[in-house]
Design a protein around this ligand. Sequence first.
Ligand code: CO
Length: 213
Amino acid sequence: MEDYRRLLLNNKAWVEDRLNVRSDFFTASASAQTPEYLWIGCSDSRVPAEDITGTQPGELFVHRNVANLVVHTDFNILSVLQYAVDVLQVKHIIVCGHYGCGGVRTAMSRKDLGLINKWLRHIKDVYRFHSEELDAIGDEDQRYNRLVELNVIEQVHHISDISFVQHAWHRHQRPMIHGWIYDLHTGELKDLVKIDPGEHAHDIYEYDFNDTK
Ligand code: CO
């Protein structure tokens, strides 16, 4: 049997399992989605959002990319964010990075990997913003782990800088934004940073709104 066929067979078994637990599972989940969480994680195959958070289909709205970046000119993530905030009205946005992230590791190096250099460049910027702290860490693995953390913190702030997120704060006092780190070695999530509605890293990113908008 070709390897990929295993996935299709697994699907049949999964459908049976679901129906055994709840006979109307698919009827119920097909009607609508009302997730309370937007998950922004790394594409890394070892960090499956639902598995590590014990969540079920319908609970997480998910976006994953290399090194869990929130890039202000990326229409893909901006569309996911705007839909999640304005239409799904999620209560929480979670940016989840992970120790051992290949994207962050590569960004710390001088490797030329072609197109992806452009994407990883955003992590090099994070390094530059925090170079004083990072350069003072002698141990390379510790410096790498800290850059993983700082990268998550920066992405959390990027979300708080977005005007439609601030607009949702202004009108609805949501969403809360969280930065977490997953540890591949232990399977545990670390709660690193939290931004409540209305908090800003710097005034320069704050927009004014009037209630008629
Ligand atoms: Co990664």
